[in-house]
Design a protein around this ligand. Structure first.
Ligand code: ADP
Ligand code: ZN
Ligand code: ZN
Length: 817
């Protein structure tokens, strides 16, 4: 009597694979357990049991498995169901979902490398013979392949041993090297105990009367402590009193001042610990009630609340309620690295119950969190994470919060599964019968459409917390400014003026330019030539700091040219500008100001973002120049001015969502201004002061933007009315890419007619020497999505059967935005 299991392999296969197991194994195995199975000629993979049954496969003879790897399922039934949904909806293989869903160390295979864990500490007596052999070998050899372990132990089934060593944290799997973060220490000074009384203080000041600078420093320290009632950082004391480091040092040497250090690894949103006892204001309270009514009716709620309206506090109350019902909570964020502030805010509030799931964490760290969630442990009740945390093994999910739901980072573009975490969260919440709230100051058109068409419940919060006014927005006409010669570099006189005033009043400035590097185009004035990437169809961006020309697509770089490569002319000019150029100009214009830059080039490494965010927060930076990274929900206290250097680069992106995106981006950046008492100011520099979007941003008119964009989507047949599936073909052979695209497009046109657009080259048609071509399929609302996908699958099967196109890859992207 034979038993069989269907498994999901971590490979892009169309179907499950069936293996044979013994009766004993068949009775033991359950869906969600891992098994090691042979696949292909020599390879061993970790696969997931999907179904146990008694039917032999028709087309091939089932092979036996190598080994059972788990005693209990590590994948829940809901996870399997969710993977199937993702694979069907986004048209990819379950194996691809599996790879995205599980930390690498769950998926040992023959090629996997193991190493000793850098943090391991063991008692060698705790190891059995086999474990000890591996441990010994790794002491002399930095890494081993699983296949080598097979030889070492002289047996085929080594994965269970390796799994044990991984869970004991003795070895790590495919470990990348991670940067160690050294928390920053901030230096403070205080007056020595000996001078605590008023009398002694007076004596001290007299004593110092012939050292006026030291006396000033002491006096200033006094004033600062009296007004702020907080410890005084040495930097502030020195800046405000004008006392040099050596003056302060002599006071320390004389035992008048004492210095001490405080670790500032967490961004302090507010040092006041009583802040965790906040109360909602009336508006927030009403919103909370409305949400709860919505939840009671099993509705998805969309919270449209202006920037700084206090949405986070409402989420905190919802989380509290879910935790009180002993449920798990998933809080989705667009990007963890950029939201360290929010993370510490929630950690301050929920303490040990919060865990952060981060793609920059090591494989082992991620595996640990996975296991905590699987066991529904108290310390992992609340998971904060970016999109991939949707795949954690929740047992009893009660609430999902999707913060900044309009953010594009919720969509995974590469590799498959090309899913949108916000939309998938709606499905996952349904499977768990969990509540779901989407929140944003600038909801995506799709979500707002759903909320106004009875699919979601719309809830609005129109005022900023504490009655802080929305920032005042001023548009600066660049055409006019250039004509009247009121520009210095890329700064209008208005912007420079406002920057100066803001700095003088001790407040901070954010400048936004959505392009990094110094300048995207270097052009010869004599012959017009501009250097391009040899591997991609883009011009190279000039980076001044490294004095290089770099490709932003493939990383190719070369030294900056002093002469034109074609005509040898030395007259070269740059066109366009990026964050680096803004920074350079600023340094020349305002030599006194402390300027920071936040873009892809300055934020590498695990804590790259955090360092810059902290520096700005602790006011070690006066002006922060950056790309769209600046728009992501940061809550800075002292920013009064936001300058958008050029709105036009955003508006001119060739994409049906360019206008919606520009609106969201500008409004979000603007929302960083004036979040506390004083009203913020935003200057938008543009060549198109009459552009509808610029106007709508300046009037904070979301609804106006929504209506107008929706009308365009209707006319041009885009989402939310039509669905879109995008096909990208790529290969190293230009004409093959072309021919294959024509073939596929023809096949689509046969059935879908004029709803097929293209094939068309994308704006950058060659990347890393591969040629790209796109086809867009629009699906009208009345057309069945399931049938459409069925046809596409059939068509792709025929496509894959054509031998000459074997080298052409077809990438399918459902909802490619
Ligand atoms: P949003 O997420 O809507 O942009 P935040 O939640 O960041 O807004 O709130 C803006 C500011 O107001 C934050 O500094 C927050 O601490 C403060 N705040 C909001 N609601 C309250 C409240 N009920 N009590 C105290 N402070 C609040
Ligand atoms: Zn030239
Ligand atoms: Zn390139």
């Amino acid at each position: 009597m034979n038993f069989y299991i269907d498994v999901i392999l971590p490979l892009p296969l169309e179907k499950h694979f069936t293996y044979e197991v013994s009766q004993h194994e068949g009775e033991f195995l359950k869906p969600g357990m891992r098994v090691a199975v042979p696949f292909g000629k020599t390879k061993i993979y970790t696969a997931i049991v999907y179904r146990v049954h008694r039917e032999a496969p028709q087309l091939y003879e089932a092979k036996p498995i190598e080994q059972i790897l788990d005693e209990k399922p590590v994948i829940t039934a809901i996870q399997l169901q969710f993977w199937t949904w993702i694979a069907n909806y986004y048209m990819c293989a379950e194996g691809e979902v599996l790879r995205a869903a599980l930390p690498g160390s769950f998926l040992l295979e023959s090629e996997t490398l193991i190493q000793l864990s850098p943090t391991q500490s063991i008692n060698e007596n705790d190891l059995d013979d086999q474990e000890y052999l591996i441990y010994e070998a790794l002491k002399t050899q930095s890494s081993l392949r699983i296949q080598e372990v097979v030889q070492l132990l002289d047996k085929k089934t080594v994965l269970p041993v390796i799994n044990r060593l991984v869970s004991k944290n003795i070895i790590v799997v495919n470990q990348e090297i991670f940067e160690q973060y050294k928390p920053k220490l901030v230096r403070y000074v205080k007056l020595a105990e000996a001078y605590a009384s008023e009398v002694k203080m007076t004596l001290l000041l007299e004593e110092l009367s012939n050292a006026p600078k030291q006396r000033d420093a002491v006096l200033t320290w006094f004033q600062l402590t009296a007004t702020s009632k907080k410890p005084v950082p040495l930097k502030d004391l020195s800046r405000i009193s004008g006392a040099s480091a050596s003056i302060i040092k002599s006071l320390i040497d004389k035992n008048i001042f004492e210095e001490f250090y405080v670790q500032q690894d967490r961004v302090n949103f507010d040092a006041d610990p009583t802040n965790t006892n906040f109360k909602l204001n009336k508006g927030q309270e009403e919103v909370l009630n409305e949400i709860n009514v919505g939840f009671a009716e099993e509705e998805v709620c969309l919270l449209h609340g202006v920037t700084s309206s206090g949405k986070t506090e409402i989420y905190i109350k919802l989380i509290e309620a879910a935790i009180a019902r002993d449920k798990q909570v998933l809080y989705l964020l667009p990007e963890i690295a950029l939201t360290s502030q929010l993370v510490s805010r929630l950690q301050a509030f929920f303490g040990e119950q919060v865990m952060v799931y981060h793609s920059k964490y090591s494989v082992n760290e991620r595996m640990e969190i996975y296991n905590h969630v699987l066991k529904d442990e108290a310390r992992a009740k609340i998971i904060l994470g970016a999109r991939s945390s949707l795949f954690l093994p929740f047992k009893d999910l009660g609430l999902i919060v999707v913060d900044e739901e309009h953010e594009t980072t919720y969509k995974q573009f590469d590799p498959a599964p090309r899913y949108n975490a916000r939309d998938s969260a709606v499905v996952l919440a349904g499977m768990h019968k969990a509540n779901l709230i989407l929140g944003s100051a600038t909801p995506s058109l799709e979500s707002y459409y759903n909320a106004t068409h009875n699919k979601y419940k719309l809830i609005e919060l129109k005022e900023r917390y504490g009655n802080v006014l929305m920032p005042e927005i001023e548009i600066v006409d660049l055409k006019e400014k250039y004509k009247k010669k009121q520009m210095t570099g890329h700064f209008s006189d208005r912007l420079l003026g406002e920057i100066n005033t803001t700095l003088k009043e001790g407040e901070q400035v954010i400048l936004f330019q959505n392009r990094r590097g110094y300048s995207p185009i270097l052009e010869c004035i004599t012959c017009g030539h501009s250097p391009h990437c040899p591997n991609c169809d883009v011009s190279l961006t000039f980076h001044q700091f490294s004095n290089q020309l770099r490709c932003h697509y493939c990383g190719y770089h070369m030294a900056m040219q002093q002469q034109c490569m074609v005509c040898d002319s030395t007259e070269l000019t740059t066109k366009g500008f990026g964050t680096e150029q803004i920074e350079t100009e600023l340094k020349a214009l305002l030599p006194e100001a402390r300027i920071g830059r936040m873009d892809f080039d300055t934020t590498r490494g695990k804590y790259g973002h955090q360092k810059i965010i902290s520096a700005f927060e602790q006011e070690n930076i006066d002006i922060l120049v950056g790309t769209q990274m600046l728009s992501k929900g940061l809550d800075f206290r002292k920013v009064r001015l936001v300058g958008i250097m050029n709105a036009d680069t955003l508006l001119n992106i060739p994409d049906f969502r360019a206008h919606e995106r520009s609106f969201q981006l500008m409004l979000q950046v603007a929302g960083r201004a004036g979040r506390t008492k004083t009203r913020g100011k935003v200057l938008i520099q543009t060549y198109n002061p009459n552009h509808q979007i610029v106007k709508q941003v300046s009037e904070n008119n979301y609804l106006g933007m929504y209506k107008e964009q929706l009308e365009e989507r209707y006319q041009y047949q885009y989402p939310p009315y039509y669905k879109i599936i995008k096909f990208t073909l790529k290969s190293r052979d230009y004409s093959k890419t072309n021919e294959a695209a024509d073939w596929l497009a023809k096949g689509l046109v046969n059935v879908f007619g004029q709803n097929v657009l293209g094939p068309e080259f994308p704006p950058v048609a060659r990347i890393r020497n591969e040629y790209y071509k796109n086809i867009l399929l629009k699906i009208p609302p009345q057309q069945s999505l399931g049938k459409t996908k069925q046809y596409i699958e059939k068509l792709l099967k025929s496509f894959n059967a054509v031998a000459q196109w074997r080298s052409v890859r077809v990438i399918i992207n459902v909802d490619p935005y």
